[in-house]
Write a protein that binds this ligand. Sequence first.
Ligand SMILES: [Zn+2]
Length: 280
Amino acid sequence: MTNKVERHPTTLLISAAGGNATAIAAIDSPLSRTEYAARGSRLLSSLQGDGAEQAGFFLPSSAHLEMAGAEFCGNATRAAFVAREILGGDRRERITVSGYEGSVLGAAQPSSCDQCGSTCQCGRHFIAWCAFERMQIRTQDCVWSRGRGTLVDLGGIVHFVTWDLWPTESSEVRAYHEAFRDEMDLQNRDAVGLVRLREIRTALGAPADGLLGIFPIVWVRAIDSFFFETSCGSGSIAAAVVAGSGPVVQPSNGVIDVRVEGPFVRLESEMEVLMCTSNG
Ligand SMILES: [Zn+2]
């Protein structure tokens, strides 16, 4: 009898700081770029109703995360460290991710959980961090016909960070985003985000010292996805580049801790496994 080891295809849905869930399918060998986009697009639509805002593929054998649109995603990067904990396989301390050259350090550990107490044993609640030692960050003041802010280019994604308000109707904001991309000549970038900074106030209405909030909207070209992100890792990096390191409050009200020191960037937050399915 042969000792045949079979790895069943597993799909995970993992949220970051209470939102922005990443659908991650575990695969055994790399796909073509076209297949990543096509399968990723299907994976995203199938789990959108469950809160998925982006999709990617994790290869446990090579510890690589490839996003559907080859974009860079800070939340998906931490989700990949959680996926590695769940899937097992190679436990090297570094992984690689699409949209970032070089390897990423990180770890995921069980955090506190309502059911399990201070150390989650049900496998749903984690705290995860990831660190990019040499992130190429280019910033540039940016004025366009409808506002001003800072363009923060992280390579695999470029964000426009601003205090400007923008339309709240979904169709209008899509048009606004498109107009911005056209005017700034960003239509060919893998992913473009608009990140509106917001002041966080205490219950009594005073500004909460050292707390910055963001409203991020991200478009991914290859799969033409467009989301009011409920949390955003790369958008938090961009906000910290403009406004300083520290806790960044997400639209979910969860917090991502961000440290940017020159090219060194570190993200940390709570992560939750919303779904884990195996067909096999
Ligand atoms: Zn638990």
